[in-house]
Ligand binder design. Structure first.
Ligand code: NAP
Length: 496
């Protein structure tokens, strides 16, 4: 049986990759290919960026008012809402995340298009009460130009939309390169984009291997900004390449987030919060609460409870709404997680749950890892410092607030943190001290289009979602208008 074959989307047209090469995309549940993805090369990069550049400079897009851009984004939001179930199924086929999670994500996704569609005509410059007579000074915000958006495989359309919606609201044009492992949904999204009535060239989608075309995309002289989500090592390379052209960059990178439980917390809620922080999405989220910091006084009792709950997790087909833990998304990621399980043993951590590839009959033929919990971990171990991006929890005890904050912040990352306590003084003090872009108190893994998201330290630069996000795609211009009848001394800068 022949596999469905996708094409590149350039200038509102569907086209084969210039080298006529495709590769297979695998379903992580079966570990079998299910569709064919264009293997783009440098020529495709040229075509896509050329199209985006042309659309930014000429044609209909730059003539649209912000209100009209917003209306197109609303229309796109409506189309996503209409097709959310299909998009969710495609993402599950590609990345193996649970249909319950992807379906919720895709049904929520239109909100980013409505929010930034609404914001498009509310970005106001200001009239500056300037300190010089007979001068009128005002600011305006202008788009940057061509934005290259590069995304990972774990939440493909969500993370692409966090870039596409504000970038388009601001008036830019885009080239999207999704992860090589999960490109199908980006092409399905492009069909909706075209149906929404956007002019040609405003969004272009090309696929291929980052190692082949990533540098070409970032280094291209017609690119004004790179919006990247992915691992910290790739992020560093993107940052270096972008620096060569002094391009604007936003980076959403890795994490190793602490989930901190104090003995005064509601323990049953904290148990659920810790489990959802690490085993939902099979631990493959940047915000995974992969370090459990638990107060020594309740350590044993708490570990018993999380092990008991984690044991009940139903592993299986991610397309079933009953499944609670799905496969790992890609084969390299599966191998990487297994290598960390080996490392945990070598480092002397005690495995109290899992610790191996899954043998359960529910696991099918795919890439399944057992939910794994390790105690006797100290924060200097590699399993406590490095992002594993899988269902692996490192448990570290602490004695008091001071030690909790010191362990929590002793990490190169700073994406998120969880805090479980009922003491308001502690909540206020510790949430100020935590070096993380997001702090959840008595909850975990909450996101919204309304609230900024991004990393401290090596977890990134810039913010996505919320009002802040649109300024990642705009630049301020200061305009000075003189009403003087006579220009003063031309050899001296006018400071008064
Ligand atoms: P990755 O390997 O860094 O890849 C991310 C993207 O970069 C992919 O599209 C990849 O293409 C591309 N790429 C590879 N080499 C490149 C280059 N030289 N120049 C430009 N782009 C290049 O990350 P991943 O394994 O897909 O995703 C997992 C990582 O993403 C984790 O570290 C996770 O924490 C992070 N993440 C962060 C956030 C956040 O918001 N902070 C959200 C989700 C995930 P290929 O797929 O072809 O390699």
């Amino acid at each position: 049986m022949s596999l469905p074959k996708y094409q590149h989307f350039i200038n509102n047209e569907w086209c084969d990759p210039t080298n006529n090469m495709w590769y297979e995309s695998f379903n992580p549940y079966t570990a079998k290919p299910w569709c064919l993805i264009p293997k783009g090369n440098k020529e495709d990069v040229e075509l896509a960026i050329g199209s985006a550049h042309q659309a930014f400079k000429t044609g209909e897009w730059p003539t649209l008012t912000p209100t009209q851009r917003g209306q197109l984004l609303y229309k796109l939001g409506d189309l996503i809402a209409e097709h959310a179930d299909k998009l969710a199924e495609i993402e599950v086929m590609d990345n193996g995340k649970l249909i319950s999670e992807m379906s919720a994500q895709l049904h929520y996704l239109p909100q980013w298009f409505y929010y930034f569609g609404g914001l498009a005509d509310k970005i106001e410059g200001s009239v500056i009460p300037i300190d010089k007579p007979q001068v009128f000074n005002y600011t305006r915000y202008e788009p940057l130009g061509v934005v290259v958006a590069i995304t990972p495989w774990n939440s493909p359309l969500l993370l692409a939309s966090w870039k596409i919606a504000p970038a388009l609201a601001a008036g830019n044009t885009i080239v999207l390169k999704p992860s090589e492992f999960t490109s199908a949904s980006a092409f399905e999204f492009a069909k909706l984009f075209k149906a929404a009535g956007f002019p040609p060239g405003v969004l272009n989608v090309i696929s291929g291997f980052g190692r082949d075309i990533g540098d070409d995309l970032v280094l291209h002289p017609q690119v004004a900004k790179v919006a990247f989500t992915g691992g910290t090592e790739t992020g560093k390379r993107v940052y270096e390449n972008a620096a060569k052209g002094i391009k604007k960059v936003s980076l959403e990178l890795g994490g190793k987030s602490p989930n901190i439980v104090f003995d005064d917390a509601n323990i049953d809620n904290a148990v659920k919060g810790v489990i959802s922080g690490i085993f939902a999405a099979t631990g493959q989220t940047c915000i995974a609460g992969s370090r459990l910091l638990v107060q020594a006084s309740i350590h044993d009792e708490f570990v018993d409870k999380i092990v008991k709950l984690a044991k009940t997790a139903k592993m299986g087909d991610p397309l079933s709404f009953e499944t609670q833990v799905g496969p790992v998304s890609t084969e390299p990621q599966f191998e990487k997680i297994l290598s960390y399980l080996k490392l945990a043993k070598e480092e002397g951590a005690h495995c109290v749950l899992g610790g191996d590839r899954a043998k359960s009959s529910q696991a099918g033929t795919g890439w399944f890892v057992e939910p794994s919990i390790y105690t006797h971990v100290h924060n200097k171990m590699r399993i406590a410092q490095e992002e594993i991006f899988g269902p692996v929890l490192a448990v570290i005890p602490f004695k008091d607030d001071e030690e909790a904050i010191s362990i929590a912040n002793d990490i190169p990352y700073g994406l998120a943190a969880g805090l479980w306590t009922n003491d308001i003084k502690r909540i206020l003090e510790l949430s100020n001290k935590l070096q993380a872009g997001t702090v959840w108190v008595n909850t975990y893994r909450m996101l919204s289009y309304l609230s900024p998201f991004g990393g401290y330290k090596m977890s990134g630069i810039g913010r996505e979602s919320g009002k802040e996000a649109i300024y990642n795609y705009l630049q301020a211009k200061s305009v000075w208008i003189s009403t003087q009848t006579e220009t003063p001394n031309p050899f001296v800068m006018r400071l008064k």
